[in-house]
Design a protein around this ligand. Structure first.
Ligand code: OGA
Ligand code: MN
Length: 282
């Protein structure tokens, strides 16, 4: 086995979150020391980016599995060859989609927040990218929480909200009504990160429907105010993909969204989804 300790460099991106990790070839079997540095960069920066990688499904699975066990999706026929691998793509074979989340703009969300054990983190490896658009935006939920006025923070204490994933209607834009078979889960509005101990806002425009026990208008107003606050450019990073990018985000303290792109262009990324644990109220 070829174990390498690579000398890595972590460079913060010029944005509210994210860092580029340089000097690592993810096809190598990384030493524990190198992996620990990557993990630290992830916790410190919420999103890590490694450019110019060229990973097979198996190599990406090996690297993703260093972070913990992986989680399958809810559309078995769109799983890759191993549980926890899927393709985000608009490619069709014999008229059938080969991947998930094929087309268009996607609102801010945290992966699987509609599950009791939502995913800890997800990783995308860019294989084919449209010439323009299909960028992925990331949002720093620690910063979004920390910058709230004290009276709003006080108001959020102990609140829970219902998260709904309505994939029958449209997995990328908010549904107006909740389908009876849509998966739902109550989640704390403020989430404590189990590793960093920091508090993060844990609501999103795509998935959070209402605040438990609150009159609808009041809940709509409060959530609308939180979404508008969170989605300010000062809390975000917009990633313009290049072939070979490997990018990993922490679903416990970030949201992500996608910009529109020309549906006649091919977009193909390979995704790894980490399992998670129940959210801790903050
Ligand atoms: C995802 C996702 C965004 C994108 O894979 O969970 O939201 O840019 N993808 O395709
Ligand atoms: Mn997502």
């Amino acid at each position: 086995m070829n174990m390498t300790t690579q000398s890595i460099e972590v460079r913060k991106l010029p944005a509210a979150l994210g860092a580029e990790v340089r000097g690592v070839d993810l096809r190598e079997d990384l030493s524990d020391e190198t992996f620990a540095q990557i993990l630290r960069a992830w916790y410190d920066n919420l999103v890590i980016l490694l450019r110019d990688q060229d990973l097979s499904e198996d190599q990406q699975w090996q690297f993703g599995s260093r972070f913990g066990p992986l989680a399958g999706g809810h559309i078995p026929e769109l799983e890759g060859s191993r549980e926890g691998i899927a393709y985000v793509s608009n490619v069709r074979k014999d008229g059938k989609l080969i991947g998930i989340l094929p087309d268009g703009e996607m609102q801010f969300h945290s992966d699987q927040s509609y599950r009791e054990q939502p995913s800890q983190g997800s990783m995308l490896h860019a294989i084919t990218i449209p010439r323009v658009g299909g960028n992925t935006l990331f949002l720093n939920c620690y910063a979004a929480y920390e910058t709230l006025p004290q009276d709003v923070k006080d108001r959020l204490k102990g609140l829970r909200a219902l998260h709904v994933y309505d994939y029958n209607l449209n997995p990328t834009q908010r549904a107006r009504t909740i389908a009876p078979d849509a998966p739902t889960q109550l989640q704390p509005v403020v989430r404590l990160h189990p590793v960093t101990g920091r508090r993060a806002l844990y609501v999103s425009r795509l998935i959070t429907a209402y605040i438990e026990g609150m009159p609808q208008q009041e809940s709509d107003d409060l959530l609308g105010m939180l979404f508008d606050h969170m989605e300010q450019p000062r809390f975000t990073y917009e990633h313009v993909w290049k072939t070979g990018d490997v990018l990993m985000w922490d679903n416990r303290c970030t949201l992500h969204a996608r910009t529109d792109f020309d549906p006649s262009e091919t977009r193909l990324l390979r995704r790894i989804t980490l399992k998670g644990e129940p959210a801790i109220a903050g």
